[in-house]
Design a protein around this ligand. Structure first.
Ligand SMILES: *Cc1c(COP(=O)(O)O)cnc(C)c1O
Length: 376
C-alpha cells in the first residue's frame, strides 16, 4: 500500500522543540515568554495596530467575539452559510439564532446582495441582527469593502472569521484586521499550528484587556476571587504558544508553498474545459491558498467530482468535498436562509485537493498522475 497523501498536514519549523523546552526549563507552563512573543509577532505580522489575545481555539475566539459584540440570548446573528460548522456553533452557545447567507461566484464567500436582503428583511421583522460573521474560506478574501459598507450602514458588528486566511490580504491589508473583531485558528491542519489554538484580533488595548478578563474566568480586581461576570477558560498555554512561536518564523514560507500548490493545480487544469480552480480574480487580492479547490462541471469534463475523489482515494490520496453549507446541515435546517443555491452547487461539484506546504515531489507526482489520467 502506498503511503497516504493528506489534504493538509502540520509542518514544523524545528524551532518549536526549543521554545517548548525553554518554557519547561523556566517552569513557565501556563503564562510566560512564548505567549508574549507569539502574540507580539502576530500583532506585528497583522499590522494596523491590532491587538492579539491567544486562545485555546478558533471556536473559543468566535465565542468571545460574539460576547464582546453584545450578542445575547434570543439575538440574531448573520453567518456565511458556506463554511465549517465552527463559524456558526458559537452563535448557539450564546443562545442566539443564526441566520444564514449564501455565497457569491467570485470568491465563494458571503454575497453582499443577499446579505443586504437578509438585513432588511430581519429588520422588517423587528429582529435587527446583532453581528455578521464573514468568512474568508479556503484563504480567499471575501468582498470586504462591500460587506464592511453594509455593516457600517446598518450599524452591525462585523466578525471576520480568518481561521483559514492567516497570510491572505485585501488591498494590502491582512485578512482578520478589517472587522470589529477577527479570529484566527491554529488547529493542526491550518496554515500554521499550535497543535490546537486560536486567537482573537482586537482593535485596541481596551478590548484586548476585556477579552483576557473573560478568557480567564472573569476575576474582578480583589485579593480573593470575586466575580461579577460569567467567565471562560479559553486562554492559550505557554507550552502551546511555544509551537506557535516556532511556526511564526516559517509562516511566510508556508504561505508561499501553499500558493505554489495552487499554481500546480492551475497548470494541471489549464487546458481543461469544465474545471474551475478557485483563484483571485482581482488585483490587490491575495489568498494564502490554504486549500486548493476545484469545481467540476461533469457535462463538460465527462467525469464528476466523485469520480476524481475516488480515483485519488484508490491511490491513497486524500481529497474532500467542499464544505456542506450550514443551512443544509441537520442541526441548522430550521434556520432562516437568504440565497439562490450557489453554495449548494459548490458543495455538489467541488473538491479540495492536497494542498499542504510539506508535500514532497513524489507525492505531487502521484497526484499529478491520477489527475492526468482522469482528464485524459
Ligand atoms: C478551523 C476553523 C474554525 C475553528 O477553529 P478551531 O481552532 O478548530 O476551533 C472556524 N472557522 C473556520 C472557517 C475554520 O476553518
Amino acid at each position: 500500500m502506498k503511503s497516504r497523501v493528506l489534504l493538509s498536514n502540520s509542518h514544523l519549523s524545528g524551532k518549536e522543540k526549543i521554545y517548548i523546552q525553554e518554557a519547561i526549563e523556566s517552569n513557565e507552563l501556563t503564562y510566560g515568554n512564548n505567549l508574549n512573543v507569539f502574540q507580539d509577532s502576530l500583532e506585528s505580522y497583522l499590522g494596523n495596530d491590532k491587538k492579539i489575545v491567544a486562545l485555546s481555539s478558533g471556536t473559543s475566539a468566535i465565542h468571545l467575539a460574539l460576547i464582546m459584540a453584545g450578542v445575547k440570548h434570543g439575538d440574531e446573528v448573520i453567518c456565511q452559510s458556506f463554511t465549517f460548522s465552527a463559524s456558526a456553533n458559537p452563535i448557539t452557545y450564546q443562545g442566539a439564532i443564526p441566520v444564514f447567507v449564501d455565497s457569491e461566484k467570485d470568491t465563494w464567500n458571503m454575497c453582499p446582495i443577499h446579505l443586504e436582503k437578509a438585513i432588511k428583511h430581519r429588520i422588517s421583522l423587528g429582529k435587527k441582527p446583532k453581528a455578521i460573521i464573514l468568512v474568508h474560506l479556503y484563504g480567499m478574501p471575501a468582498k470586504i469593502d462591500e460587506v464592511l459598507a453594509l455593516a457600517k450602514k446598518y450599524e452591525i458588528a462585523l466578525i471576520e472569521d480568518a481561521a483559514e486566511a492567516l497570510g491572505s490580504s485585501y488591498k494590502g491589508q491582512k485578512c482578520g484586521t478589517f472587522g470589529d473583531f477577527g479570529i484566527l485558528s491554529f488547529n493542526g491542519n491550518k496554515i500554521i499550528t499550535t497543535s490546537g489554538g486560536g486567537a482573537l484580533v482586537c482593535k485596541n488595548d481596551e478590548d484586548k484587556k476585556k477579552a483576557i478578563f473573560l478568557a480567564t474566568q472573569a476575576r474582578d480586581e480583589a485579593v480573593h476571587y470575586e466575580h461579577s461576570h460569567i467567565g471562560y477558560n479559553y486562554r492559550m498555554s505557554n507550552i502551546v504558544a511555544g509551537i506557535g512561536r516556532g511556526q511564526m518564523e516559517v509562516l511566510d514560507k508556508h504561505v508561499a508553498l501553499r500558493q505554489e500548490m495552487n499554481n500546480f493545480y492551475r497548470n494541471l487544469f489549464k487546458e481543461v474545459k469544465g474545471v474551475q480552480v478557485l483563484q483571485e480574480l482581482k488585483k490587490g487580492i491575495i489568498s494564502n491558498h490554504w486549500l486548493s479547490c476545484v469545481v467540476i462541471n461533469e457535462q463538460e469534463t465527462g467525469f464528476s467530482r466523485e469520480d476524481l475523489r475516488l480515483a485519488l482515494l484508490k491511490d491513497n490520496i486524500e481529497s474532500r468535498p467542499l464544505w456542506k453549507p450550514m443551512h443544509l446541515q441537520p442541526i441548522f435546517v430550521d434556520s432562516a436562509f437568504y440565497g439562490d443555491g450557489f453554495s449548494e452547487e459548490l458543495f455538489k461539484k467541488g473538491l479540495c485537493l492536497p494542498s499542504g506546504s510539506n508535500l514532497t515531489e513524489v507525492e505531487k507526482d502521484r497526484v499529478k498522475v491520477v489527475i492526468k489520467k482522469m482528464i485524459g
